[in-house]
Design a protein around this ligand. Structure first.
Ligand SMILES: [Mg+2]
Length: 368
């Protein structure tokens, strides 16, 4: 069970169409595959998605920090020393997706070594999650058509609408068009990625007060300290904090300050080990939980599903598990399949995914 190598392999897979939201846009999935190799010949895998506009990480930076700092600090430890691994990773500031991919690849290797599934090692609550689909910026008709396609093809009936544009009427018109088209058939919530001010957010939420939203997420920046408390205090739906709370300490601070009432858990930024801490904290503080998406590929989605299915509160709300549908291809030998609006966890040990060697050879960018 000794860790003998940690490899960081950069790869690039184009999206079918760019995904646009208030803090940025993505055209190509330039992610990093992380492999943890053990003395038993087991290989655990996970992926790190660089999000420079959210965490400041880049693909080159993730590869460098793993090769130069994290791998030398961790090689030689066993798969059971996960808290030692976490402590050593946390000596370095930042780099959340690089740390998380290492953590999840270690859990994957542990599951494979023991012949046990990671969802069960984590908590084993259920074997599936309902899927929520994220609708990126476009005009109302196009976004309604996209929702229709997702419902008809995959049975998805929960949608998160990206908002935060100006004028605010552009976004509220989209949400209204979705509600008018689908009525009570669908659940809707909105994510502003800090695009609006607190007063714009308050006005927009008033305009949408008859549309039965489930949640409002990160409408304005947490750094607008008093304005955000003012906003959260007047909303009649839970306010999800996402990129403003990348660590358990941030969740505590923002919750106690009244600047959030729900939390987005993203395994891409807190792995399994720290996501467990955030989950327990949410339980203690009484926060609702949504499993979020860091525009993950199928590997990252399988990780979010493994964690989300492990506990009651993480599987209660639909999880954001469908962004991989926008990618033109992926690295998995057996693609994930959304059916009846749900994703089921893999029956295989570990996270339960296998990398297709031919696809990896085709998409990796470190060998020409
Ligand atoms: Mg978000």
């Amino acid at each position: 069970m000794k860790i003998t190598a940690i490899e960081a392999v950069p790869f690039a897979i184009p999206y079918r169409k760019p995904l646009r939201f208030a803090s940025g846009e993505v055209h190509v999935a330039e992610h990093v595959l992380v492999r943890v190799v053990t003395s038993d010949g087991v290989v655990g895998v996970a992926e790190a998605p660089p999000r420079p506009f959210t965490y400041g990480e880049t693909q080159d930076g993730i590869v460098a920090v793993i090769d130069k700092i994290f791998a030398p600090a961790i090689v030689g430890l066993t798969l059971l020393e996960r808290e030692v691994v976490t402590a050593r990773l946390n000596r370095t500031i930042g780099n959340p997706t690089a740390k998380s991919a290492i953590d999840m690849a270690i859990w994957d290797a542990l599951g494979r070594t023991l012949g046990l599934r990671v969802p069960e090692l984590l908590g084993g609550f259920t074997d599936h999650m309902r899927v929520s689909h994220m609708l990126g910026f476009d005009d109302p008709a196009t976004m309604v058509a996209e929702a229709e396609k997702m419902r008809d093809t995959y049975g998805i009936t929960t949608f998160k609408v990206k908002v935060g544009r100006r004028p605010i009427g552009l976004d509220t018109a989209v949400v209204r068009a979705l509600r008018e088209r689908f009525g009570d058939e669908i659940d809707l919530y909105v994510d502003g990625n800090r695009g609006w001010t607190a007063s714009e957010s308050a006005r927009a939420m008033k305009q949408m007060s008859d549309l039965g939203l489930l949640f409002a997420e990160e409408l304005c920046p947490a750094d607008d300290v008093l304005a955000r408390r003012w906003l959260v205090g007047q909303l009649d739906v839970p306010f999800i904090a996402d990129e403003s709370v990348p660590t358990p300490a941030d969740v505590t601070r923002e919750s106690l300050a009244g600047a959030m009432t729900a939390v987005s858990i993203k395994t891409a930024r807190t792995g399994f080990t720290t996501s467990r801490r955030v989950h327990h904290l949410a339980e203690g503080l009484g926060l609702e939980v949504v499993m979020g998406n860091q525009i993950d590929g199928q590997i990252g989605t399988a990780c979010a599903l493994a964690f989300g299915s492990a506990f009651p509160s993480t599987s209660r709300n639909a999880g954001e598990l469908s962004n991989f549908l926008d990618m033109s291809d992926d690295l998995l030998a057996e693609p994930l399949e959304i059916r009846d609006g749900r994703l089921h966890t893999s029956p295989h040990a570990g996270i339960g995914i296998e990398i297709d060697p031919d696809k990896l050879a085709h998409y990796r960018t470190d060998r020409s």
